[in-house]
Design a protein around this ligand. Structure first.
Ligand SMILES: [Cu+2]
Length: 217
């Protein structure tokens, strides 16, 4: 895999596993899935109740089959064509500004985000410097501007729907030795002008919003 997720979802949800089909083991497996996914996806202090949904578990299971699966949770590929290089797409840019909720040691974080919309849907690229080398980070598209509750809630294609990709747009990436991190994610649907901002935070401390960028629609 291109990003380091230590999710035991594959082992737990692998349908090829030669385990008995009794109720007990299956329920245990489901619990492991939900727990693992909640850690990954409890982004930006969202409603944690949503994370225990069956949708969450099924998405995690799909992701184990690879990011190209129909319902796979694609959370980015650093080698994908970046949003500002998508032929024929309409691109908006945003510059990250630090948020007061950032954890210690994050004072030098800076960078940009691009949101492209075209024939392949929506493509988002983030590029940041000043991160902690080797640490992993998450970014999400948000529904409010940075000045309003630090971006407010996550953008969702279907309001009230799943809090996981592909109904939300998530990017996971790891900072290199120089503290630089970037990745690109694609979603088959267009966000229109509803995903007005993007927020980045540490993968393990998702309430600690580090920086936010408003797109210049
Ligand atoms: Cu977030």
């Amino acid at each position: 895999m291109h990003h380091a997720i230590s999710v035991p979802a594959h082992a737990a949800g692998d349908p090829r596993s030669p385990r008995p089909l009794g109720r007990g083991p299956r329920l245990v497996a489901f619990g492991v899935l939900v727990a693992a996914t909640s850690v990954l996806l409890s982004g930006c202090g969202g409603d944690s109740a949503d994370h225990a949904s069956a949708q969450t578990a099924s998405s995690a299971s799909s992701s184990a089959k690879g990011r190209d699966g129909m319902a796979g949770m694609d959370m980015g590929d650093p080698s994908a064509t970046p949003a500002d290089k998508i032929p024929g797409a309409t691109v908006v840019k945003g510059a990250f500004t630090l948020l007061d909720t950032r954890p210690p040691g994050m004072d030098d974080v800076a960078g940009s985000a691009w949101l492209a919309q075209g024939s392949k849907g929506t493509t988002v690229t983030v590029s940041l410097t000043g991160l902690k080398p080797g640490a992993s980070y998450m970014a999400h598209l948000h529904a409010q501007h940075c000045s309003a509750k630090n971006g407010g809630e996550h953008f969702r294609f279907e309001k009230g729907g799943a809090t996981t990709p592909p109904n939300e747009v998530h990017l996971m990436f790891t900072a290199d030795k120089s503290g630089m991190g970037m990745t690109t994610v694609n979603n088959s649907r267009k966000t229109g002008r509803d995903a007005v901002a993007i927020v980045v935070h540490p993968s393990e401390a998702q309430d600690n919003r580090i920086a936010c960028a408003d797109f210049d629609f």
